[in-house]
Write a protein of this length. Sequence first.
Length: 768
Amino acid sequence: MSGAVSSGAIRKVGVVGAGTMGAGIAAQVANAGVPVVLLDIVPAGANDRSVLAKSAVEKLRKAEPAAFMHDGAAKLIETGNLDDDLGKLADCDWIIEAVLERLDVKQALYHRLQAVRRPGTAISSNTSTIALKWLTQGMGEAFRRDFLITHFFNPPRYMRLMELVAGADTDPGLADRVASFADRALGKSVVRCNDSPGFIANRLGIYWLQCALVEAIDQGLTVEEADAIVGPPMGIPKTGVFGLMDLVGIDLGPQVNASMRDRDVPLIGRMIEQGLTGRKGKGGFYRMDRSGGGRAMMAIDLRTGEYRAERKPVLPELERGAEDLRALLSAPGKAGTYAFRVLGQTIAYAATLIPEAAASVADIDEAMRLGYAWRWGPFELADRVGAGWLAERLAAHGMAVPKLLADAADKRFYRVASGQRQCLGLDGEYHDVHRAPGVFLLDDVKAAAKPVLKNASAALWDIGDGVACFEFTSKSNALDDKIIELLGKTIEVVRTSFKALVIYNEGSNFSLGANLGLALFAANIAAWGEIEKLIAAGQQTYKALKYAPFPVVAAPAGMALGGGCEIVLHADAVQAHAETYLGLVECGVGLVPGWGGCGEMLARWRAEPKLPRGPMPAPAKVFETISTADVSKSAHQAMEKKFLRLTDGITMNRDRLLADAKLRALSLVDGYTPPKPPEFVLPGPGGKAALNAAASGFHRRGIATDHDLIVADALAEVLTGGDTDIIDTVNEQQVMDLERKAFMRLARTAPTLARIEYTLETGKPLRN
């Protein structure tokens, strides 16, 4: 068809509706490096007819958490209004409608879009409540062929789920192009849904929230108790249910869930009337009391609706919940009863949604993991407690047992057969769980193979084609002596048996750094020799990795802090997930980087062509970055801060990271030679005095504390080369020696030990 969009990539996107969701979607398209047009209506009496779209972009620039991955992304958004600028959509390959959830408003817009769009341009609605069959009712064949629903989750940058609904008349090829773009460019895991109320995630998620609310009221639980029970023990974020409702907005519930459950909750109505809609309002189930200049967290009493001081729940039954979920669901008392009634009803309801809402249990689990940040989906949770056991217990309590759950009996919903992950279908047979082309997960490798090497904190896996993968497995992927030891053994194994090494894991965070708990324990018993031994071993192992005779690619995602950042700095190349947050944060706990991070950052800033020449500019830049414990807010920003190089790669979709890292490693194999060790010309004592003077200025302004000056002095000595002359060269080993000495000197100070202890207890830095 002449003028139709080709089957190639989506090159430009239009978004109509500059509210929270529309603007957020536009920002994520821009984050992908794709131009986007953002339009909204002309407000009555407005001097600037495009003020809504322009204001939305300005809000995005200031948003926390940040909507843009880097400053340049905002420049890719072109703003306008529907009256004057509708023609700007003519060259868009995909137009996303994100206007009011009113059928008449949406259809009126669709008729206008038909007049300007090219044939074959995809049009989708971001609706979460209106069925596709109603949206397309009365529209022409050409429109129906190019129309689908693409339901993003808020905030669009950070929530990985996108639900896609195609109609009976939707062109399958067009749906595939949109899905591929959302996957590869926008970083979304696309779950195909049927055209049913609420689709998958919200339909089940809202049921779960409402069930948890009603059961908590019926059983007389506090909000703190409910959130502790229906939270981490079930692999659900610590916000639990009431914290989550505060986050998304309590006023959204009655609008969205009217068709989901028929029980009215008077407390919710009263809260909305009083403006208690959650974090965006005057408070919600929790709120901060700032009266008298304090900051005391308050919680609502579910019976009276009055606020009281938040109190930590005392529930001994929860201690075993994460290890033995069935024990929690079986426990006598309110914790066990509440856990069973909420989770049992939620899993049972999920089992009724196939095939009406979703094609498989895997789709439902994926939607809940990514849309509601559950660690396990409902059917994975059923496997943890036993489907047969759960069905019997539901029946014993007079609760409905859906056919899928009853038929599962002693079967698991998931299994691995011949190295392939499979899920149970409605027919009672197992079916392969298919990954999108190019998606490669370490979990799949682990399900079908045994590790090459393994200890309590790490493992080495063969991921094919001569590439090995080193995985952290410790709590929070914290780095300890076992990881350092296995990494040393890995270097020898890869040297003789593989072509390349990838360092990667599928935890929430790549690594939060060294295990501070072990360091504090060693310090408390004055085992200084053991601490220095670990620092020296880490330095030697990281440098052995850097100069190994094979390419090493680090593939971080989430937080890569302290020692986790340092291992990334030592890799030949990095393939980072877009949502990677890198930083050398040791100064926050009263230490300096001890595993070569100082030298690696000095080398990177010294090579920056825009930096003035001379011995002082590079140490000054590194001092500024490390002394403030600066952390990048994205992989793109990490390049600006030199934690990543401009030659490193960025992957938008987390599920594609390992495959991309493996390809990057293989691309480096032919002709690989290790890098040459750097040498530095550093400013010595004079440079140290200048850096200390800058720190003293911050101290006088009240920005830096007394101990910050001690830490800054130690860091300045490392970065300026210690007692060296400005005409001398300093090698890499000398910088590492200075690092180690500074680290040990600080580790012996009481304020540093106080910082470490406070951080371990609270997760926050101590300003002493």
